[in-house]
Design a protein around this ligand. Sequence first.
Ligand SMILES: Cc1ncc(C[n+]2csc(CCOP(=O)(O)OP(=O)(O)O)c2C)c(N)n1
Length: 628
Amino acid sequence: MSELLKEINNPGDLKNLNREELEKLAEEVREFLICTVAETGGHLASNLGVVELTIALHRHLESPKDKIVWDVGHQCYTHKILTGRRNKMTTIRCYQGLSGFPKFSESKHDIIETGHSGTSISSALGLARAREHKGSNERIYCVIGDGAITGGMAFEALNHAGDLDTNMKVILNDNEMSISPNVGALSSYLSRLRTDPGIRKISDDVAELVNSIPGIGSGVSKTMDKAKDSLKYILVPGILFEEMGFTYLGPVPGHDIKALLEIFKQADQVEGPVLIHVNTVKGKGYHPAESCPKDYHGVGPFKIENGEAEKSRDKPTYSQIFGRTMVELGEQDMRLVGITAAMPAGTGLNIFQEKFPDRVYDVGIAEQHALTFSAGLARGGVRPVVALYSTFLQRGYDQVIHDLCLQNLPVTIAIDRAGIVGSDGETHQGLFDLSFLRAVPNLTLLAPKDENELVQMLFTAYHLDSPAAVRYPRGEGEGVEIDWNPEDLPIGKGEVLNKGEDILILALGSRVYPAMEASRILEKEGYSVTLYNARFIKPLPEEIIELAQRHKYLVTVEENVLAGGFGSAVLEFFNSKNIYKPVLTIGLPDEFVTHGGQEQMRKEYKIDSQGICEQIKGFINKNDLGKK
Ligand SMILES: Cc1ncc(C[n+]2csc(CCOP(=O)(O)OP(=O)(O)O)c2C)c(N)n1
């Protein structure tokens, strides 16, 4: 077991292996991946699908001189294993361990850092043009999935690359899956390319026939390839890419190392951009993942023998509560539709989709479009709820401003995974939404303290005649009882959860319960604490002014970067009302928060109850205000 794998410490070691050994290595890598991810959790199905592709790429290229750019980057585990990080794979996604995504700081083989989809062609094109400017000769390959290529950025980059006519290779890793089954017209087109042997057969036969004409065959074949006449539409597979200036090669079976090596060799002979269409199977080689790849896209630790999760959840997640709320709201109002950008299961919208399949749009990995499409729906009299993760909403900032809020349209944005997300790390943290959203006029912005308040807030936001966003954290709720028929909340009003005299804690969203725990500890130690759940960051509750006037020590707590966040909004508000007391703002500092357990990272950044308590005591001591 792992005889070959243990000898591979860098991609150069692959050069000594023959074809059978490469195939054996693929088996060993696959087994290693399954065993590792079963322990650590991580992106399983996508990684199992690219084992042969990654081996073939590293065998063919000379990384790090030649560059491999991974789209999203969630499928880079085999790449990590082959580039000297095999022994650290058990630390993947753990605090201070390997990242689950490419990281330049980890290895010079990880040339571009990623986590969001659709960036690889742009990055690779940039690298290719940099090569032209420098006059060097490295080969540039990028690997993009059939899901990721549905995003607008990928099209923008294809359009530009076709125009520049630069040497670069785009490998389209087509497994017919995004996280869920892939959607859209492009996806149907790829399926036809993948499966229509008729087209391929005619094309191959004609090419063979023309090529066989002595002396002129290859010339005619080339001319024929370049001809933009109607015949080509029948004969040339991949015409879409060809028309965009790419040479299309494939489809090639993506688990056949020999075929992959051959096509890479061919591709290197072609001038200009090349698109290599590779067919793979998501979850390949592990039955549970292969038969249900959607459930094994991202996993926690699991039992290898049956694929079952090691830990089951006790309480419903915020995403599940969101899905159920959609059902409640959707039953009351037939105008409601749900929109997702390729994340029906992740956001919980699948719960609504099961009940009302015709009232859900999965637009593909296209957050910008999701938002502007919603604006159009709203203008047309429909009531859209767009469910996005905080980190991916970043993509659609202009759409929120220009298409939703400027026109003051009644669209609800459900912002899932707001705050620290845990093991996905920097690229996925939802730590900026409060800062970038609170600057936008017309938007009402709310954050619930628990899942019951999430339901109340979604009802409230939905019933407004203007844009609203509700941001809530990743993971399980607090386990509180839920009122499925809530009253709408008064806009711009929070709630006092504890009445005291000295310290005023203004807490928001996921930090309300830890702040409550912190105030209990402080009260036990003799401090008198008022705890206020702000509920709204926009509009901020007016009553915090009066509360601030009555307390000596003012504190804000949030799970967002401090720059421009809730605390910052409170400071601006206090300043505008001539309140000039020192205020302790607790939140995330001006840095990217790395991967690690969600609670572990909250502790690390002192936004858990102990950390909040400590920070408040430090603040009081620093201001020499003493214990009561
Ligand atoms: C902008 C953005 N939106 C959503 C996601 C979440 N996401 C991660 S992987 C993935 C599916 C990617 O599918 P594909 O490119 O086909 O790769 P596969 O996993 O099938 O290999 C999605 C939607 C993301 N990473 N970035």
